[in-house]
Design a protein around this ligand. Sequence first.
Ligand code: FAD
Length: 259
Amino acid sequence: MGGGATGVELAAELTHVANLLRQYGMPEMSASRLQVDLLEAGPSILPALPARISQAARRELQRLGVVVRENTRVTRADEQGYVDQNGDLIAADLMVWAAGVKAPDFIRDLNYFELGRGGQIVVKPGLQSSVDDSIWVLGDCAACQQPDGSWVPPRAQSAHQMASHIASSIRRQMKGKPVKPYLYKDHGSLVNLSRYSTVGSLMGNLSGGTMFVEGKIARLMYMSLYRMHQLSIHGWLKGACLILAQKVGHMVQPKIKLH
Ligand SMILES: Cc1cc2nc3c(=O)[nH]c(=O)nc-3n(C[C@H](O)[C@H](O)[C@H](O)COP(=O)(O)OP(=O)(O)OC[C@H]3O[C@@H](n4cnc5c(N)ncnc54)[C@H](O)[C@@H]3O)c2cc1C
């Protein structure tokens, strides 16, 4: 349950794995025998992304046989399944909770910080905690409000930008200069629907506006982005060896993880 990127990607991945199971001693199994219900409290899945992306993802999921239930707020879960706001039971053998991020409880237990939604630490515009300027907060655990009132989303790209911003802010502070506010730059998002499709958008410098991408091109971008991350983490030589080893591994290893 939870129609964010994690829930959407998992729904497609489960369908893909169900189709592979016949190769692993379950000849009767296929995605047609699996019912995946994706429950979303809000009016649309992928609420943080543009409507065009959620529509494309919904279309693709429905094509795969996933039942997309929007405006469905789960109020209870028991051994029979989920119960929604109308008291209706959505029967399930397996329930997965993917309803967003929450900061670890020890942050609350410190009883020091001002906390936002999900227990994140509320920060000033420059990413210092609201209660103590000497504590910088970045990534998923930061509740950072932007000038337009929106909150910085918990994404890898925001964590990366925040790290760079804090590094330059500390250097500015050491030179006696004031800390500048952090402004989130959305470079777009890609949601990968297993082997079936990828949908997303590219924004800003990359496309000179908002560019909607779908299908094979989006999948190629998703894979390239993953490879670029590998190369930037491991360097060119180790990264290239890793990519080659993975290609060989794909040829000899099972298609689904067996342990
Ligand atoms: C399934 C999934 C898919 C995602 N896909 C995307 C995507 O496509 N694009 C995107 O931009 N973002 C994506 N995200 C979000 C992205 O992963 C996060 O926003 C990003 O990793 C946040 O970075 P972070 O450093 O704040 O936190 P994390 O990457 O979560 O790192 C926090 C680390 O702190 C460790 N830790 C926690 N508590 C303690 C403790 N008490 N002591 C010591 N260590 C501790 C944790 O083990 C973890 O390693 C995805 C997230 C998930 C779950």
